[in-house]
Design a binder for this molecule. Structure first.
Ligand SMILES: NCc1[nH]cc(CCC(=O)O)c1CC(=O)O
Ligand SMILES: [Mg+2]
Length: 353
């Protein structure tokens, strides 16, 4: 016999006549719940979907051979040696992910005051691009342009007397972009937030015969605490002196994001990005509504870490929270998302879950 609260269910009294279940109908003509009554009906009225075409997968590269090193603050993400990054590129191709993004963990011995390894045409990123393009020429490869993986001080630009120089930094970012294009990179993504860098890079690419290399500008990039795990991944967290608030945007600003995007588009950006993602969905929506250009969100390392930390503690349901976090970007107006969840998302989309 079924027991609840110590009494056999069969012996519990019937609900009294005027029970809570007897309220009169509200006589509503419109009931939004009708369209939610079953899975097929929900599918029919669903407004947004994440598809594999929307995904860009960021990968971390490190010197060495046949090694994958876990990154503690990004559970499930690893630093990969070049041979292994090629294997993940193969996985991207197999899953139908259109594009990957490369970030280097530079040997500390190669980091210096000016970040000169950034424009070494044989640096880790350039070697990786060549190795990937050799095996998978049709996979999109995006390269970040900024000095932070290469500088001893961890900043994205040249530092002098405690200031980050703008125009001098742009001149070296141009050199960085050119070696990446030379290596075969398809999309140059300046993430440094110097003024005028998109125009300078566009002009240099065109002059060097790289007219087809696209630019995805990290246009509205905020000085965010959500980049912490990324800085662990590329080894710039300990190195970083101070913060990036003299070049990355103030998280309190919204109109300024419109000005940033407007300038980058005027300078020749093919696509723009808002970063971080989830705390800045309002910015994605404003950018998309204002400019109607290809707009991307970066679901950054801290967002990934937050979600994975909660999943691994059993506090959030992995089977639901990852895709919910991604469809939010589509709902906000993004055309695509850079996300460390890209392979899992692609697998889930393929399996229909
Ligand atoms: N300029 C470097 C760069 N490119 C992408 C990220 C962050 C990505 C992430 O957190 O996942 C950063 C970090 C930063 O600006 O400090
Ligand atoms: Mg700008």
């Amino acid at each position: 016999m079924a027991i609840k609260f110590g009494r056999p269910i069969e012996l519990r009294e019937q609900a009294p006549r005027s029970s809570v279940y007897d309220a009169p109908s509200l006589g509503l003509s419109t009931r939004l719940r009708r369209n939610r009554k079953s899975e097929w009906a929900r599918r029919l009225v669903r407004e947004n979907a994440v598809t594999t075409d929307d995904l860009i997968w960021p990968l971390f590269v490190v010197e060495g051979d046949n090694a994958r090193t876990p990154i503690a603050s990004m559970p499930g993400v690893e630093r990969l040696t070049i041979d292994q990054v090629v294997r993940d590129a193969e996985r991207a191709v197999a899953l139908g992910i259109p594009c990957i993004a490369l970030f280097p963990y530079t040997d500390p011995a190669l980091r210096d005051e000016t970040g000169s390894e950034a424009w070494n045409g044989n640096n880790l990123v350039c070697q990786s691009v060549r190795a990937i393009k050799k095996e998978f020429p049709d996979l999109g490869v995006l390269c970040d342009v900024a000095l932070d993986p290469y500088t001893s001080h961890g900043h994205d630009g040249l530092l002098q007397g405690g200031r980050i120089l703008n125009d001098e930094t742009v001149a070296v970012l141009v050199r960085q972009a050119l070696v990446q294009a030379e290596a075969g990179c398809d999309v140059i993504a300046p993430s440094d937030m110097m003024d005028g860098r998109v125009g300078a890079i566009r002009e240099a690419l065109d002059d060097a015969g790289f007219g087809d290399v696209q630019i995805m500008a990290y246009a509205a990039k905020y000085a965010s605490a959500f980049y912490g795990p990324f800085r662990d991944a590329i080894g710039s967290a300990k190195a970083l002196n101070g913060d990036k608030r003299t070049y990355q945007m103030d998280p309190a600003n919204s109109d300024e994001a419109i000005r940033e995007v407007e300038l980058d588009l005027a300078e020749g950006a093919d696509m723009v990005m808002v970063k971080p993602g989830m705390p800045y969905l309002d910015i994605i929506r404003r950018v998309k509504d204002t400019f109607a250009v290809p707009t991307f969100a970066y679901q950054v390392s801290g967002e990934y870490a937050m979600i994975m930390g909660a999943i691994n503690n059993g506090w959030l349901d992995r089977d639901r929270v990852i895709m919910e976090s991604l469809v939010a970007f589509k709902r906000a107006g993004a055309d695509g998302v850079l996300t460390y969840f890209a392979p899992e998302a692609a697998e889930r989309i393929r399996a229909g879950r």
